[in-house]
Design a protein around this ligand. Structure first.
Ligand code: C2E
Ligand code: MG
Ligand code: MG
Ligand code: MG
Length: 288
């Protein structure tokens, strides 16, 4: 059947695949040079204790300014970097840069860094972390690595070994995007996590949707039972924050509590009093 009618279909398919593949190849190529060319930078988003509004740490988030294409979000380029292997070099740059900057902060707050599956499955990862801590002088207890469940499943014994090694250095580990991955509950038991980050998709409308509220309450109960603090991601409104406060959720992160911004905009860290836009909007009092 396919021979006669399929020929044009195939050619079209091939052409469109070709364009997509070329795009991807181009991005892979550009990603390999982006670190050396200084095209990446980090922005930082506050993490606050909900009951007091006190700032307790920051998550480092990577930004890529491509010379021709402009800003490309991490949700687009991180998966490409993971597939091509470029993530090893990029991830190391992120870790080193975040630790270097955090070591200079005025306040010894926590720095949370996202770690991808490829990094986690590299047997040398914990050595790299150790080396960066020694070089930058950052206290290991101030570093928190954020790991998603999806990053664990490729080779669970390997991932477990890596997490145990970094924990032995005194570094903490948070489960990122909780609720969106696979077999969350067994992973919580099998891996030595210090914190649960509930994915932002569960915080959106937590104050108005009974089902969502039930799920978030259950995760908070889980954290309490396991002795793990819970951080709510993606807190965008005062009502969401009030719900989380009433349910004794320990930590919040989201646009309402502070947008990600370059380090200079956080006077808490630089000691320089600057009225930064991302600090003014929606920022709750009480932060140090
Ligand atoms: P993530 O680790 O879960 O980071 C949280 C994401 O939610 C960030 O997006 C942040 O800007 C966004 N966000 C924060 N508050 C709010 C809010 O109130 N509402 C909404 N709608 N979004 C909010 P971003 O920076 O685009 O990063 C997306 C993802 O890319 C991250 O999710 C993480 O998985 C990955 N990523 C970012 N930086 C790095 C990195 O340095 N290394 C690796 N491996 N992955 C990274
Ligand atoms: Mg994260
Ligand atoms: Mg997350
Ligand atoms: Mg995410």
């Amino acid at each position: 059947r396919a021979k006669a009618e399929g020929k044009d279909t195939f050619r079209y398919f091939e052409a469109s695949m070709g364009a997509e593949t070329r795009d991807r190849r181009a991005m892979e190529h550009d990603l390999r040079q982006a670190v050396a060319r200084g095209e990446f930078r980090l922005v930082y988003q506050p993490q606050k204790e909900i009951s007091s509004g006190k700032m307790i740490g920051f998550e480092a988030l990577i930004r890529w300014h491509h010379p021709e294409r402009g800003n490309i979000p991490p949700s687009v380029f991180i998966p490409v970097a993971e597939d091509s292997g470029a993530i090893a070099q990029i991830g190391e740059w992120v870790l080193a840069t975040a630790c270097e900057e955090a070591a200079r902060w005025k306040n010894p707050l926590t720095i949370a860094v996202n770690v991808s599956a490829v990094q986690l499955h590299n047997p040398n990862f914990s050595c790299k972390v150790h080396e960066i801590l020694l070089r930058t002088g950052l206290a290991p207890g101030r570093l928190e690595l954020e790991v998603t469940e999806t990053a664990l499943i490729k080779d669970m014994p390997r991932a477990l070994a890596t997490l145990r090694q970094v924990k032995a250095l005194g570094v903490r580990v948070a489960m990122d995007d909780f609720g969106t991955g696979y077999s969350s509950l067994s992973n919580l038991r099998a891996f030595p996590f210090d914190k649960i980050k509930i994915d932002g998709s569960f915080i959106k409308s937590v104050d108005t949707n009974g089902q969502v509220a039930a799920i978030v309450r259950a995760v908070l109960g889980l954290g309490r039972g396991l002795g793990l603090p819970v951080l709510a991601e993606g807190v965008e409104t005062l009502d969401e924050l009030r719900f989380l406060d009433a349910e004794d959720c320990e930590i919040g992160q989201g646009y309402y509590l502070g947008r990600p911004g370059p380090i200079e905009t956080f006077s808490e860290l630089t000691g320089v009093l600057a009225l930064a836009a991302n600090d003014r909007v929606g920022s709750r009092g009480g932060s140090i």
